[in-house]
Design a protein around this ligand. Structure first.
Ligand SMILES: [Zn+2]
Length: 255
């Protein structure tokens, strides 16, 4: 099985780039064993759960992945992680997932904290009636929804992929590569040719066996690109509904 990543320089690529978020390693990989998997620092390291452990209801599974992260990277990501959890657990299609039902009370409680008032207000300001379109592009009517900052979600997905890359291959994403994350739900407005290329890769990767954590809280698939060992494609799925395609490729356009 081969994944074809051909270089494109069309409008599609520009559109996709707007939707995606790209993670680039800040420094060349460090040869030391104990480094922050995100930035390569060797200072103030802690264990970082990937994906964030707050996505899992308690009792949490014992096989959660941890990687080493410096305090700056860890703290810098925590607000994004919280936004990610809130946005994907409030989607109309994840509410019936047993794990989401279990974590929602915790999320609502955390929104009551005085320090979260600004966040809560911003959330409610972004809510409105959104059109719901089914997978086959059949209009399903209007449902209460909220605007999601997809790039922020993609940023979390790319970071998780950088962590998984270290977990699987034992080294950081090399400095000449980057991680690009595409939320599949962000592709609705992309022309069908570009969308088809993303889903073509998506479908090939998900033919492999996934690694699953919790009761289908998180699953990921990955595949290295034949002939290019360091390049790889990843699919992350949260609550069996929210999916991202993440590509680890050289620093040039690939879709
Ligand atoms: Zn770091």
């Amino acid at each position: 099985m081969q994944i074809n990543l051909t270089r494109r320089s069309s409008n599609d690529a520009a559109k996709l780039r707007c939707l995606a978020w790209r993670y680039t390693a800040m420094t060349e990989p460090d040869t030391s064993d104990d480094v922050c998997v995100y930035c390569g620092s060797t200072k103030a390291l802690t264990d970082d759960h990937i994906p964030p452990k707050t996505l899992f209801p308690k009792p949490r599974p014992s096989n959660l992945i941890t990687v080493r992260s410096c305090r700056a990277c860890n703290e810098g990501a925590s607000k994004d992680d919280e936004y990610f959890r809130l946005m994907i657990s409030m989607r109309h299609d994840t509410g019936d997932h047993p794990a989401v039902k279990k974590i929602l009370p915790t999320i609502y409680r955390s929104l009551q904290k005085p320090t979260k008032k600004g966040f809560q207000q911003a959330l409610f300001n972004s809510m409105g009636d959104l059109d719901i379109v089914s997978g086959g592009n059949i209009y399903l009517g209007t449902a209460p929804g909220y605007d999601v900052d997809l790039r922020r979600l993609d940023r979390v997905a790319a970071r998780i992929t950088a962590g998984l890359y270290f977990y699987e291959f034992g080294n950081r994403v090399p400095g000449n590569l980057h991680v690009t994350a595409y939320s599949t739900s962000g592709l609705d407005n992309v022309n069908s040719d570009a969308k088809a290329r993303v889903f073509n890769i998506f479908n090939k990767v998900t033919r492999n066996q996934p690694r699953v954590f919790g009761e289908n809280v998180f699953a990921y698939w990955f595949q290295q690109v034949q002939g290019h060992d360091t390049m790889s494609a990843w699919v992350l799925a949260f609550y069996e509904r929210v999916e991202f395609l993440c590509l680890v490729t050289p620093n040039e356009d690939v879709i």
